[in-house]
Design a protein around this ligand. Structure first.
Ligand code: IMO
Ligand code: MG
Length: 421
């Protein structure tokens, strides 16, 4: 029986998870997305072009990988159909390789409207992507959500009518009144287009595991955006950590193999919430420019700062990460010197254990260690030994601190710019 490799973000998203999955998919036969929705934006470069994947696992680009959208995903059919068309235009055989779980919950226009309305009334804004992710998960847990399979049931029309009425009632306060007939007609069109891809992905995945197929799960969002383990309420509405991979796909804990934690050589965050190593000065601006840190989904400039090893250790412990994929090593090498946070100072005390407690994070002051930069052009390096000594030193320090092997190193934006150890 095969073991499933999992790719997870360690901080606040945008660590480059798409690239890791894309790399692993070259040897994997199946790629799975298990949580989140089109709040994700996974950029991969392929044939000299840049693609921002929102829902489809990036593994589909390998040309021989089955791409599964699992039951834990909240699915906006309009976004997915645009993605399917884009993939087809670029020669990807979507019809053979895309599978959509019949149990995935659907996002409707009222979810996005609710997202906007709720965010506008919040005392402390979260800075959501306004894609209706939170409201769709609310409906799932409230048990009034509509799933992909419902599109093909006779009861769909009445259930949707009922939902539109309820949501219009709630949206009345912002003068929004959605037209049931228009939504119904629109979703019936989507149902037709998506039908060939819809199946029972849970038993399909179990079959693949028994057939010894190589499977990779592509996490979306990241550990510190987790509804349970992140900096609540400044989080997303799902579990982007290891537990969410299992419940969002039907894969058992027994079947999990290697867990890859993806990080950048620095850090970034979109949206509100605490961020201990944030740099609000020109150094932060320089990281943003060098690393092109602007949201794939919203285009928002990302908050940037140094790498936080205290938080990284937390992500490793929560997820059982055994391999690190370190991206943007080239970016950090542009600095003469740069830093990484090795402890927090709280009330004059040095601590190395992370907590999402609000007061703890508000008080925490980063204790830094400085590293030598000026790596030069490392994009052609294909082995660890080819990296300049100071770059090797940074990687080794991360390994010593975490006890985790840095297996993949991103040295540039292109697909080939990756050192595998
Ligand atoms: P990937 O998979 C970065 C952030 C949003 C916001 C918070 C809640 O590309 O790493 P939501 O719309 O989910 O209710 O917003 O979570 N967020 C992300 N930030 N990358 C992502 O995904 C994100 N998905 C959600 O900016 O602060
Ligand atoms: Mg993103």
């Amino acid at each position: 029986m095969s073991k499933v490799n999992v790719v997870l973000g360690c901080f606040y998203g945008d660590e480059g998870k798409g690239r890791t999955t894309d790399y692993l998919a070259q040897t994997c036969e199946v790629a799975v997305r298990a949580s989140g929705g089109n709040n994700a934006g996974h950029t991969i470069e392929f044939n000299g072009k840049k693609f921002a994947m929102r829902l489809t696992p990036s593994g589909i680009f390998s040309g021989k990988t089955v791409a599964i959208i699992g039951n834990g995903v909240v699915l906006n059919p309009k976004v997915l159909i645009n993605e399917i068309n884009m993939l087809k235009e670029n020669g990807v055989d979507v019809d053979t390789y895309l599978k959509i779980s019949e149990k995935a919950h659907l996002i409707f226009p009222y979810h996005s409207e609710m997202d906007v309305m709720l965010e506008s009334r919040r005392a402390h804004k979260i800075g959501t992507t306004k894609n209706g992710i939170g409201p769709a998960y609310c409906d799932k847990y409230e048990r009034c959500g509509l799933r992909v399979e419902d599109l093909y049931k006779d009861s769909f029309k009445e259930d949707l009518r009922n939902q539109v009425a309820v949501k219009n009632y709630l949206l009345n306060c912002v003068d929004v009144n959605l037209d049931f007939d228009a939504i119904y007609d629109e979703y019936m069109r989507y149902a037709e287009i998506l039908k060939p891809y819809v199946c029972d992905t849970i038993s399909l995945i179990h079959r693949y595991i028994k057939e010894d197929k190589m499977i990779v799960c592509e996490g979306a969002q990241a550990t510190l955006l987790d509804i349970d383990f992140g900096s609540y309420p400044y989080v997303t509405s799902s579990n982007p950590t290891i537990g969410g991979i299992l419940t969002g796909s039907g894969i058992s804990a027994r079947d999990v193999g290697d867990v890859y934690g993806v990080i950048k050589a620095y850090s970034s965050r979109v949206g509100e919430g605490p961020y201990v190593t944030e740099l609000t000065d020109e150094t932060g601006d320089r990281i943003r420019d060098l690393g092109h840190e602007y949201g794939t989904v919203t285009g928002r400039p990302r908050r940037c700062g140094w790498l936080d090893l205290v938080a990284l250790q937390y992500a490793i412990d929560i997820n059982g990460i055994n391999y690190i994929n370190l991206n943007h090593l080239d970016t950090i090498g542009n600095f003469d010197t740069f830093k990484a946070c090795i402890a927090y100072e709280i009330d004059g005390r040095e601590v190395r254990e992370f907590s999402t407690n609000e007061e703890f994070l508000r008080k925490a002051k980063p204790v830094y260690r400085e590293f030598k930069g000026n790596f030069g052009d490392i994009s052609k390096c294909r082995t660890f030994e080819e990296l300049p000594a100071q770059a090797q030193e940074y990687v080794r320090f991360i390994e010593e601190y975490t006890g985790c092997f840095v297996k993949l190193i991103g040295t540039g934006a292109d697909r080939e710019c990756m050192i595998v150890r």
